[in-house]
Design a protein. Structure first.
Lengths: 575, 349
């Protein structure tokens, strides 16, 4: 690469906020027609780098070093100059497409304002022609409908395409995409990634892609810059960095990416013989739910029938949930079922809106549900009186996605973990303290953490506190709703280990809800794949994820970004 | 549509409760209008006759029924030789002022209307502008001035501000008349000149709420993702201000509607200070002379206006934010700012 086609060159870029260094001397180059990925976990300074490049860093931030876009130096140029550059030479895409557009304006209105600034188009008719052109170029099938819609009327994928179309107006040479697919479902993410690759090839645009996801990097990036705590730890062409990472941090980052094939194998080893025996005991229940493949049986395991006598903790058949809202009702879950025994994990996977969270809520009694059979520990909570029902649901623990907002920020960790015991009443203070200490032990946190406040903990530690709180009442069933989705990959792996150990130790049943197939594969004994409220496939993790029968499961699996896919394909070509 | 009807029905329900409560004043208040009418000396027979004349001899539910019926059909007080007509819509009859309450209200309403519209227009324009400017220069001198002034304005009593305005602008500087009302039809200029001080006083007091609402919500809006996207696209800061304000249309419309409703019902203190014969002054006079029918009528109309204002703000909501429109699928929580506890300084009742 000669310096001639260097589009964006960051040299020794430093960003500090109030004296605290956020980015320390970053070098990065984006070439025309290529994608440079800036990879790092939360707090690594990757987004701050992007914002500083386009002059949108917080007012308190101090930027030094050099950022050259073509011939222009961006660091230290005036606000007006910066705005001029933003309005024509750079396009920007952000993480949350749903919040990237003003909610009270039609797409077309915002588009006209942007076109006026970026392309100098004043006439309405002209703007409309250009808008249609841009919207269809990003693969929106009906550009006129999209333009006439308000943001809330479009799906996440459609909105992200609209934002990309906006970013492409003015024919910028450089596109900065800050986690462009993180908030999207995998199948939608696949479409957006393909679109980015196509745009780069067609327009010879350079892209600075900011992401935490090694899978996304592996799928589309050409160059990689790995950032850790504001420091560049590794730079190079994607093939080299992914196949032979040099920095220990890059190695750790790659190792932490859950890979389905590996996790299925490893999970088999972890689960071991006893679990296999139990699975065999109801080899036929794989197909019990509506729409699932009924003919399967876990043949090798079926020979060691054991623990048949143990009654399932959860038995659900024909479960449906309908949400009523003004203007009609919506069937969030349609005739699904499951059975979970002690010590087993049942994974629920699906994209947003598939009903997986609703299922969890229905089991915890948080949404009104209809079901032919709904038993927790052999009892149907719906038949109980109010106080008994509360006691029955107290046997169900819950862990939510965002540990930061599910813990009281003003209460100590010990208080939060012990709160369910206090609510239960009749338990002495020393007893509570003892059990809190025990719960911390189970999630591998030191006992001294009882007196800490949530903000003093990292995200992963906070999620472990949430798990400890859910376990304090010794639940028969734990419902974990996307418990690792808000966490960085390296931390995510650890939380999964903690959860697995806790289940091995106290043998509760667990419903593990996640959009991440690899995470589910590494943990779950059984898996249900949900789409639009229906179970399209159900069975053991190995069957469903290792040898999917339904085309939707296959599509989901094929959409998961894989760091090594291109490496393998290249290798195949070479051989 | 069904939803709108539901809202209308709920408003009617609120009004009925208000009628009931105001009517209860008749029975709770230690006042007997008949005693006042009967004069001195008042024999028990005369008192009984007066009661019968005014319709107070019937049980309370009959009286309430008659009162409600009179709003539609009008009613006649007295029976034999002396008859007092009260045409529909009859809200009672003031035996002290010898006029139907409806006529009294109709007489005073233009004054309150003039005050309300001017004051709300002023306070909205200046409050929103001040709030937006302060949000833009967050932490700067202008922000501190706006914040400081709005704290003073929101906590200053109306009579202090009003009297100060009279002393300074009318008595010292002699720029404006200190009070009185000139009908609009007699000359718009004089009408406005007489209203400038009450408008300014009310706008100063209530505008603080707008400034604070707009300031805090603007700061919130300017930190949202869509503003970042707009900036990254190179839109001008003026355009971005308009984006943010457009997102505040919903809470602001609600606030404006409620203020109009509240001010239309009359402003007791301001009208008194500036000698404006509006509904507030009427209510105050009626209170001091214990003219119960007038008190009930004024309170009722004031409440009606507030309910109507609320209702129209409610019905306008889906037009301002399409996410609230019926059948609209909401994919994410609303970013619309919620109203803070608002408490307009001066209202009736």
């Amino acid at each position: 690469m000669s310096t001639a086609d260097e589009l964006l060159a960051l040299r020794d870029l430093q960003v500090s906020i109030a004296g605290r260094s956020i980015v320390t001397g970053l070098d990065l180059t984006v070439h025309a027609g290529r994608i440079t990925a800036l990879v790092g976990e939360s707090g690594s300074g990757k987004s701050m780098t992007a914002l500083s490049t386009i002059g949108l860093q917080p007012r308190s931030a101090e930027v030094r070093g050099s950022a050259r876009l073509g011939a222009a130096e961006l660091v230290g140029c005036s606000a007006a100059e910066m705005r001029r550059i933003r309005s024509g030479q750079i396009g920007m895409i952000f993480q949350e497409p749903g919040q990237s557009l003003s909610p009270v304006m039609k797409v077309s209105t915002g588009f006209r304002h942007v076109l006026a600034v970026r392309e100098g188009i004043r006439s309405r008719a002209q703007a409309e022609t250009r808008m249609r052109e841009l919207l269809s170029s990003v693969g929106l099938p009906d550009p006129d409908r999209s333009a006439a819609s308000y943001p809330h009327e479009l799906s996440g994928g459609e909105l992200q395409r609209v934002v990309i179309a906006l970013a492409l107006s003015g024919d910028p040479a450089l596109l900065i995409a800050d986690e462009p697919t993180t908030a999207l479902d995998v199948t939608v993410q696949r479409g957006i990634l393909d679109l980015l690759v196509r745009i780069v090839a067609e327009r010879q645009i350079g892209v600075l892609l900011i992401t935490h996801d090694m899978g996304v990097v592996g799928e589309i990036a050409d160059e990689v810059v790995v950032l850790k705590d504001g420091d560049v730890v590794e730079t190079g062409p994607v093939r080299e960095v992914l196949s032979a990472p040099e920095a220990p941090y890059t190695q750790a980052l790659l190792a932490a990416v859950p890979r389905l094939a590996e996790s299925l194998e490893r999970a088999d080893g972890v689960r071991g013989g006893a679990a296999r025996g139990r699975r065999a005991a109801r080899a036929d229940d794989a197909g019990r739910a509506g729409g699932a493949d009924a003919g399967r049986a876990d043949a090798p395991a079926a020979q060691t029938a054991a623990a048949v006598d143990e009654a399932p903790v959860v038995r659900v058949e024909g479960l449906s949930v309908e949400y009523h809202r003004r203007g009609g009702s919506h069937r969030a879950l349609d005739d699904v079922g499951m059975e979970i025994r002690r010590g087993e994990i049942h994974g629920l996977v699906g994209e947003s809106g598939s009903g997986k969270s609703t299922w969890g809520k229905a089991l915890a009694g948080l949404v009104p549900a209809q079901a032919r059979t709904l038993e927790i520990e052999g009892v149907d909570p719906r038949t109980l009186g109010a106080s008994q029902r509360r006691a029955a649901y107290a046997r169900v623990g819950l862990v939510f996605q965002d540990p930061a907002s599910s813990l009281n920020p003003r209460r100590t960790v010990g208080w939060s973990i012990g709160e369910p015991l206090q609510l239960a009443g009749g338990i002495s203070r020393t007893d509570i303290a003892r059990r809190v200490k025990r719960a911390l032990e189970i999630v591998h946190l030191p006992a001294s953490y009882v007196s800490r406040l949530p903000h003093e903990l990292s995200g992963g530690q906070r999620q472990r506190v949430s798990i400890a709180r859910a376990l304090i009442l010794e639940p028969a069933l734990l419902i974990a709703d996307e418990p690792t989705s808000a966490l960085d990959v390296t931390i995510q792996a650890h939380v999964i280990d903690v959860l697995r150990d806790a289940i091995a130790e106290t043998r509760f049943a667990c419903v593990f809800i996640s959009h991440d197939l690899a995470v589910v594969g590494s943990l779950a004994d059984h898996v249900t794949v949900l789409r639009a409220g229906r179970a399209v496939e159900q069975g053991t993790a190995r069957e469903v994820l290792g040898d999917p029968q339904h085309e939707y499961t296959r599509a989901l699996l094929a959409s998961v970004p894989d760091p090594e896919r291109r490496l393998r394909e290249d290798g195949g070509e070479a051989a | 549509m069904a939803l709108s009807l539901q809202r209308v029905a709920r408003s009617l329900g609120v009004l009925l409760v208000v009628v009931g409560l105001t009517f209860a004043i008749f029975y709770v208040a230690p006042i007997d209008p008949a005693l006042r009418m009967c004069g001195k000396p008042c024999s028990p027979e005369d008192l009984e006759a007066a009661r019968g004349f005014m319709g107070f001899d019937k049980p309370w539910w009959v009286q309430l029924g008659t009162f409600l019926g009179a709003i539609v059909t009008g009613r006649t007080f007295g029976s034999a030789d002396v008859v007092v007509e009260c045409a529909a819509p009859c809200l009672g009859y003031s035996f002290q002022l010898h006029q139907p309450v409806t006529a009294l209200l109709a007489d005073r309403f233009p004054v309150s209307l003039s005050i309300a519209l001017g004051a709300v227009a002023l306070q909205a324009v200046f409050g929103i502008a001040a709030g937006a400017l302060a949000a833009r220069r967050q932490g700067g001198i202008l922000d501190r001035v706006v914040t400081g002034v709005s704290v003073i304005a929101a906590s200053a009593p109306a009579f202090v501000v009003g009297l100060l305005a009279v002393v300074v602008f009318a008595l010292r500087l002699d720029l404006l008349p200190s009070g009185g009302y000139e009908p609009f039809t007699e000359g718009p200029l004089e009408w406005a000149r007489h209203l400038v001080l009450p408008w300014a006083t009310l706008a100063f007091l209530n505008g603080a709420i707008y400034a604070r609402l707009v300031r805090s919500s603007m700061i919130e809006q300017l930190g949202l993702d869509y503003v970042r996207t707009a900036r990254a696209s190179g839109l001008s800061e003026r355009r971005i201000d308009r984006y943010a304000l457009r997102n505040l249309a919903l809470p602001l419309t609600t606030l404006i509607a409620l203020d109009i409703g509240a001010l239309l019902g009359g402003t007791v203190i301001t009208e008194r200070i500036f000698g404006q014969p509006g509904l507030g002054a009427l209510l105050l006079d009626a209170t001091s002379t214990a003219d119960l029918p007038v008190i009930v009528g004024t309170t009722l109309v004031g409440s009606l206006l507030i309910v109507l204002a609320n209702l129209s703000a409610d019905l306008a909501r889906p037009l301002l934010d399409r996410r609230l429109a019926r059948g609209g699928r909401s994919r994410r929580p609303s970013t619309a700012t919620t109203l803070p506890d608002q408490n307009p300084q001066e209202t009736t009742s």
